[in-house]
Design a protein around this ligand. Structure first.
Ligand SMILES: Cc1cc2nc3c(=O)[nH]c(=O)nc-3n(C[C@H](O)[C@H](O)[C@H](O)COP(=O)(O)OP(=O)(O)OC[C@H]3O[C@@H](n4cnc5c(N)ncnc54)[C@H](O)[C@@H]3O)c2cc1C
Length: 477
């Protein structure tokens, strides 16, 4: 593990300055506390921060950034640190800013359907608050542990249970308040005009300067997050399908029919109990299971949607598609309907490593992305585990390539990094974009990018963060 230490006496002088800003209880340079923030389950190198700081207000964040900017010390914002792709590792040392104390749900507007939240509000907190106060509303919630941030999920274009209907979480932001690396506050959206957090419409949209940048351009302190009507009845349908091509045919019809709330296409490896140790698929096991979630305001509506889906499947069968409906064990059914879903598959290998690279691809390229991902994994001696989820009625489709691995085995880590780089390259060639890429994968993305796009990123970064203090190692330009 690399540990960048600021040279004493500047270290203790800096510690004192941080203590003056946030109070002694909310800053630490003790190694056992810094260690917690030095890594994540991904294959990226761990690195210790010099300090961990937990600010309690926007003003404190401003003061910390002014100080860090003056002294040219790196600052890395983090809430859950659970992207599984090293996006909050403090690669340049410096100050790890744990944002969890900024945890106010400031406003919920049930009519225009949005919630204004601070940057430390977790998905579990917002879910509970809505269940208790506005049970007919919910938000785009990832199937991640509920200690992850609502805003940090929007920073990384995360997906949730409403994404097939309405898009990913970054689409659902009405406005932002941001502390810029030099300490000023910027508001974008209708909140720039006054106290309204209604919409991002009709003004130049500056949210793109902060979403997708992995903390390299500023710290979002508040956001208005769109809420959606929560369906009163939800149900499931499950299918086994023999081939990927057959699955894609069906997927194209289902997404456009607007009958489903969510569709999961899981490789067989996601359903087998021996998945990571079994090189070949057992005879007779279908390649794919497709889980469908649908909903309605009445049982009649749900029944009608189920009938329509059944008819689409029958039509596909008449054309030779091998597909079979099945009833899974009750526990699995209950789990699929939970938000977040319990996902047991990522923690099953000795050594504790888990990385999953997603790629947002064209729906029509799903088959190729699936097959090629499988080949790349096999080439490097990994079992593949793919999950496909279409978003926004199929405008874009997420394919997640998940890899548990032994973090203690450097040779295995190296092989996995090769897999991730090749998958990224493959997905871009198919017209896709890697989702929440790790720093290793970000480099491949930038190599593919038009030089003018990269130059423009550099200009923006230099304009907003002239001393390059924010999240070094992310989008290293
Ligand atoms: C079991 C499991 C299942 C998962 N399932 C899903 C899923 O279904 N859908 C999904 O979308 N994701 C999923 N994830 C991935 C991930 O956990 C989530 O996307 C989660 O929302 C990340 O949030 P976080 O708080 O951990 O982010 P962090 O790692 O804390 O932050 C993410 C990035 O944003 C930056 N950042 C954080 N806060 C700010 C801020 N206020 N201003 C500027 N930059 C900031 C950080 O520096 C970092 O670069 C899953 C993860 C696990 C472990």
């Amino acid at each position: 593990m690399s540990e960048k230490k600021l040279v004493d006496p500047s270290h203790s002088r800096f510690l004192e300055s941080l203590e003056k800003i946030v109070g002694k209880n909310f800053v630490t340079d003790r190694v056992e506390e810094r260690y917690y923030y030095s890594s994540d389950p991904s294959a990226e190198e761990p690195c210790l921060p010099d300090f961990v700081v937990m600010p309690g207000s926007v003003e404190e964040i401003q003061d910390i950034l002014r100080l860090a900017n003056r002294e040219k010390i790196p600052v890395i914002p983090r809430v859950g640190g659970l992207t599984l792709s090293g996006l909050a590792i403090p690669y340049g040392g410096g100050i790890l800013l744990d944002l969890k104390r900024l945890d106010k749900i400031i406003e919920v507007n049930p009519d225009s359907m949005y919630a204004v939240v601070e940057c430390g509000v977790t998905t579990g907190q917002l879910k509970t608050y809505l269940e208790e106060n506005y049970p007919n509303l919910w938000f785009c919630q990832p199937h991640a542990p509920q200690s992850v941030g609502v805003i940090s999920n929007a920073v990384i274009y995360g997906a949730g249970q409403v994404s097939l209907g309405y898009g990913v979480s970054s689409d659902m932001v009405n406005g932002l308040e941001v502390v810029l690396p030099t300490g000023e506050i910027l508001r974008t959206g209708s909140c720039a005009l006054g106290d309204s957090w209604l919409t991002k419409y009709c003004l130049p949209d500056f949210m793109g300067l902060f979403l997708g940048w992995f903390g390299t351009t500023g710290i979002i302190t508040k956001a208005s997050i769109q809420l959606w009507p929560k369906p009163s009845i939800r149900d499931t349908m499950f299918y086994k399908i023999d081939t990927v091509d057959d699955t894609v045919d069906l997927l194209l019809k289902l997404t456009k029919s607007e009958t489903c709330d969510d569709i999961y296409i899981n490789s067989w490896t996601g359903t087998s109990t021996k998945r990571f140790y079994m090189p070949e698929k057992p005879e007779g096991m279908p390649e794919i299971t497709m889980d469908i979630i649908l909903s309605g305001k009445s049982q009649e509506e749900v029944d009608l949607k189920k009938k329509m889906i059944g008819e689409m499947v029958e039509e596909a069968m008449k054309k030779g598609v091998k597909v079979e409906e099945f009833e899974p064990p009750l526990l699995l059914k209950i789990g699929i309907l939970m938000v977040p879903q319990p996902l047991p598959f990522m923690d099953q290998m000795f050594g504790g490593g888990a990385e999953y690279l997603g790629c947002y691809i064209p729906i029509e390229a799903t088959g190729e992305a699936y097959e090629k991902g499988m080949e790349i994994a096999k080439k490097y001696g990994f079992q593949y585990l793919h999950v496909v989820r279409p978003f926004r009625t199929g405008h874009v489709t997420g394919i997640m390539y998940a890899f548990p691995f032994n973090k203690k085995d450097p040779e295995m880590v190296k092989r996995l990094l090769n897999v991730l780089v090749e998958i990224c390259d493959m997905a871009i060639k198919l017209g896709g974009v890697p989702w929440k890429p790790s720093p290793t994968v970000q480099k491949v993305v930038l190599e593919h990018a038009d030089p003018e796009f990269v130059n423009f990123m550099k200009k923006i970064k230099t304009m907003l963060d002239p001393n390059g203090i924010m999240s070094p190692g992310q989008w290293a330009l």
